[in-house]
Write a new protein. Structure first.
Length: 327
């Protein structure tokens, strides 16, 4: 048996229930993991509220770290007793113990602990595919400007540091002066408080009117229109989240009028669809963390049974950096 968090219907944090579930042996291509720490991510809110609907009853959580207890037939890259971490479908990491597909589970290198592993996989792999694989048609070169919304969150703080390591000038946005300073402390070249400043006007000032090559946006509805105004001709608008609500319909012709812009909607799970791509991205992430160029900030810890409060704080934008649930 395992303690786990499930929902029986979509709704607010109150629908998150602590339950006991039976966990059996792994089947072919699967492993059983005993978690030591679990990651909290905004996609968990989307699953809970029904923005991304799940069949009921639904297990929750997409990220975790722990120890392999059992290995199913055909799994060759993992062994019993190995320390591992993952970001993966299907949901179910909010638990003491689970069986899951082995494809996206990666061995943790020595020197990276369970809490760091649980805090870094989904957010770190997201930062990796954004900065390394989701680039404008003209490419990114040393000194180029990029705009990153919600830069004081878990993905954002990793992106600030990683962008600096790549020689990019990252312009961060956040909702408070404190969060803006946090982004600057983590490598952002500039920071804009979008609640007190017109971020599009500031971006044009910073870039001497040219605009940025790419905007990375997990906010959605509230930032979409002005983000398009921040792009230079042939720039790329990258949507990878909907924290303020889904992006509303827009006229395709407006992309031409703004300078022949490109738009893409990205999701991590396309990038980690194969064992090979998952491992390659994880190796890149592990290397940049072990080098010290990207530090993982775990700014909040909650007991697994306090998951309702964790969700409330995340939705209220009271959190910074990464948040984990402890067992």
């Amino acid at each position: 048996m395992s303690l786990a968090i499930q929902i029986r219907q979509h709704g607010g944090p109150e629908v998150l229930e602590v339950v006991d579930v039976s966990v059996g042996a792994p089947g072919p291509g699967e492993v059983r993991i005993r978690h030591h720490a679990v990651g909290l991510n905004f996609i968990d809110v989307y699953h809970r509220t029904g923005v991304y609907p799940l069949p009921m009853p639904a297990s929750m959580g997409m990220e975790g770290a722990g120890v392999i207890e059992a290995v199913g037939e055909g799994v060759t890259h993992l062994r019993v007793g190995e320390r591992v971490a993952y970001a993966s479908m299907p949901p179910g990491s909010y638990s003491e113990l689970r069986v899951m597909p082995a494809r996206c589970v990666c061995a943790l290198p020595d020197g990276i602990g369970f809490e760091t592993g649980a805090a870094m996989m989904l957010k770190g792999l997201t930062a990796q595919y954004l900065l390394k694989k989701t680039r404008p048609v003209e490419g990114l070169e040393h000194g180029d400007f990029v705009l990153f919304h919600a830069a004081a969150g878990g993905v954002g703080l990793m992106a600030c540091q990683w962008a600096k390591a790549l020689g990019l000038q990252l312009i961060a946005t956040a909702g408070t002066d404190t969060k803006c300073q946090l982004a600057l402390d983590n490598g952002a070249a500039y920071a804009i408080n979008y609640r007190s400043e017109d971020f599009a006007a500031r971006v044009k000032d910073i870039t001497a009117g040219r605009g940025v090559k790419v905007v990375y946006d997990s906010v959605g509805q509230d930032t979409w229109e002005k983000s398009l105004d921040c792009l230079r001709p042939f720039g790329l608008m990258v949507s990878f989240g909907n924290a303020s609500g889904p992006v509303p319909p827009f006229a395709l012709g407006s992309l031409g009028a703004r300078g022949s812009l490109y738009v893409t909607r990205q999701t991590l799970f396309t990038h980690i669809a194969t064992r090979e791509s998952t491992q390659a991205m994880a190796d890149d992430l592990f290397a940049v963390v072990q080098s010290g160029q990207v530090k993982i900030h775990i700014d909040q810890r909650y007991a697994l049974t306090d998951v309702q409060q964790a969700h409330r704080d995340l939705e209220a934008r009271k959190t910074t950096g990464s948040t984990i649930l402890t067992l």
